[in-house]
Ligand binder design. Structure first.
Ligand code: ZN
Length: 460
C-alpha cells in the first residue's frame, strides 16, 4: 500500500491523494488547483499519475479544490465510480456546473488575449462533461462501509466543515495483514451553530490530516459577534456597502445566522442582505432536502416552524442583471458573493465598484491562499488587480476568522489525538508555516511528515 500526494501538499488547494493497492488505485479527492489564472491554467491540465490506474474516486466534500477536477478526469477517460455522501453528490451538480461555466469563460478570455503566436485553447471541461461525470457518482450514507475496490473498505464520517463533508476511513487487508488510514478531508469546528459537529476521527494506522489553520486560534462566538457589530456600525456611519466574498454554501449560513442574532437583539439596525449567486437558491434547496446535515438545535427549531438560518433576512439574487443593479443602490447593505478567494465569480464585479472608495468595507471570512486576490486584500496591498486592471485599495478590509469553516489549531490537535497512536501522520492542505506549527503540536512519538507534491508514502 502506498499513498501518492498529487496536490494540496504544502498548499491549500488542488486536493488529490492516490492510494495505490495491489489491485488498483483509489483517488482520494480530485480537486482543482485554484490560484493565479496562468498557473492554474497550466497545473490543472496535468494529473501527475496514470489515469488508467484509477479504479474509483472517493470524494470528501463538494468544495471545488477537492472536487473540481473530476469532470476533467472523466473527460480524459476515467469511467469508474465516484463515491461521496448523498449531500456531496447533490451539491456537486451546481458546484461543478458553475466551475464548467468559469472554465468556458476562462478559455474565451485566454483566446482573446493569447496573441498570434499561441494556439487557441479549449476549456478544461464543459457543462456536458459535468453531466457525464455526475452519472458516475455513487451516494453513500455516513458511517456505512462500502467497497470501492476489492479488499478495501471505506466509510464516511461527519467532518462538520460544509454540508455533506466527510472524513474518510479506509481499511484493507494486504499480505495477510490488516491496515487502515484516515483521511480527515477538511475538518470543521466543534460547538458551532447550524451544522453537526465533526465526529472524532477513528483510530487508524496512518493519518492524513488537513492543517489549514495550524498554529492559529479562532475567536469565540462573543468576540466574533462584537467584531461583526463593530463592522456593521462603522459601515452605517460611513454610509458604505459591505462586500463579503463567500460561497453560497457553508460560511454564508453562519454569517447570516450571526447577523440575524445581532438584528434580533437590536444591537445593530437591520440592513438588507443580498446573497448574489446563480447557485444560491439551488444550493439552499439541496441542503433543505438533507436536514441530516444540521445539528439538533437547528433541526428542532426548523420543526417548530422557526427560522434558525435567518432565511427571512436574505434576498437571493439570481440574475446577472439584478446583480448589476446592486451597484447602483445607495446606502448600507451587505452583498455576499463568490468566489471566496476572489479569483473569479460575481464578487469581482462588486469589488471593482467598491475597492477604491474608503467608505466601503470588504469583509474576509475564509482562508485566502497565497497568490490570490483575497490574500492581497488581507495584506492590504496598495494596488490590486481585478480583471487584469490595476485598482488602488482604499476600502476598509476586515478579517473575521471566526467564521472560518475550518478547525483551528486546538481542534486539529484534538482530532489528531482522537486517531490514537498512528504509525505515521502526514499533514496536507496547509501552507508550510501552518503545517510546521501543527506538526510541532502532534505527539513527537508519531512520525509526522509534511509531504511535497509528487511524494510517495509507503504504508507497510
Ligand atoms: Zn473545504
Amino acid at each position: 500500500m502506498k499513498l501518492h500526494f498529487h496536490g494540496a501538499a504544502r498548499s491549500v488547494t488542488g486536493s488529490r491523494h492516490l492510494l495505490e493497492t495491489r489491485d488498483g488505485s483509489v483517488l482520494l479527492d480530485c480537486g482543482l488547483y485554484q490560484g493565479p489564472r496562468e498557473e492554474a491554467f497550466q497545473r490543472n491540465r496535468v494529473f501527475g499519475f496514470d489515469i488508467n490506474s484509477v479504479h474509483s474516486v472517493v470524494l470528501s466534500h463538494a468544495h471545488i479544490d477537492h472536487s473540481g477536477a473530476i469532470p476533467f478526469l472523466c473527460k480524459m477517460g476515467f469511467d469508474g465510480p465516484i463515491h461521496a455522501t448523498g449531500v456531496t453528490a447533490d451539491l456537486c451538480r451546481p458546484m461543478l456546473l458553475d466551475a464548467a461555466h468559469l472554465q468556458v469563460k476562462d478559455a474565451e478570455f485566454f483566446n482573446r488575449h493569447r496573441g498570434k503566436t499561441k494556439p487557441p485553447v479549449v476549456p478544461l471541461y464543459t457543462p456536458e462533461d459535468v453531466e457525464r461525470a455526475l452519472g458516475q457518482f455513487v451516494p453513500h450514507p455516513y458511517d456505512e462501509a462500502f467497497e470501492p475496490l476489492k479488499g478495501t473498505t471505506v466509510a464516511f464520517h461527519e467532518a462538520g466543515h460544509i454540508p455533506g463533508s466527510a472524513s474518510v476511513e479506509v481499511r484493507w487487508r494486504e499480505n495477510g495483514r490488516d491496515g487502515s488510514l484516515v483521511f480527515s478531508g477538511d475538518l470543521g469546528r466543534p460547538n458551532r451553530p447550524i451544522l453537526r459537529d465533526p465526529a472524532p476521527l477513528p483510530k487508524a494506522d496512518y493519518l492524513v490530516i488537513e492543517g489549514t489553520y495550524g498554529g492559529k486560534h479562532h475567536p469565540g462566538e462573543v468576540a466574533l459577534h462584537e467584531a461583526l457589530e463593530r463592522v456593521v456600525k462603522s459601515a452605517l456611519e460611513r454610509k458604505g456597502r459591505i462586500i463579503i466574498p463567500a460561497l453560497a454554501v457553508g460560511r454564508t449560513q453562519e454569517v447570516v445566522h450571526a447577523l440575524d442574532k445581532l438584528f434580533t437583539a437590536g444591537r445593530v439596525p437591520e440592513i438588507p442582505i443580498y446573497v448574489d449567486s446563480p447557485l444560491a437558491s439551488e444550493i439552499l434547496e439541496i441542503v433543505q432536502r438533507h436536514p441530516e446535515v444540521y445539528d439538533e438545535e437547528t433541526v428542532t427549531a426548523i420543526r417548530r416552524g422557526e427560522d434558525p438560518l435567518g432565511m427571512r433576512r436574505i434576498t437571493l439574487v439570481r440574475d446577472a442583471e439584478d446583480s448589476k443593479k446592486l451597484n447602483e443602490k445607495g446606502g448600507t447593505f451587505i452583498t455576499i458573493a463568490a468566489s471566496g478567494m476572489c479569483e473569479g465569480g460575481r464578487v469581482l464585479h462588486h469589488l471593482k465598484q467598491t475597492v477604491e472608495d474608503p467608505k466601503h468595507t470588504i469583509v474576509i471570512v475564509g482562508y485566502q491562499a497565497d497568490g490570490t486576490l483575497g490574500r492581497r486584500l488581507v495584506e492590504r496591498q496598495e494596488e490590486v488587480r481585478i480583471f487584469g486592471e490595476p485598482f488602488t485599495l482604499r476600502a476598509t478590509v476586515e478579517v473575521l476568522n471566526g467564521f472560518s469553516a475550518h478547525a483551528d489549531h486546538d481542534a486539529l490537535v484534538s482530532q489528531a489525538k482522537s486517531c490514537g497512536a498512528p504509525r505515521g501522520c502526514a499533514i496536507v492542505h496547509a501552507d508550510p508555516e501552518r503545517a510546521e506549527a501543527l506538526k510541532a503540536a502532534i505527539n513527537p512519538a508519531i512520525q509526522t511528515r509534511i509531504p511535497s507534491e509528487g511524494d510517495a508514502w509507503e504504508l507497510p
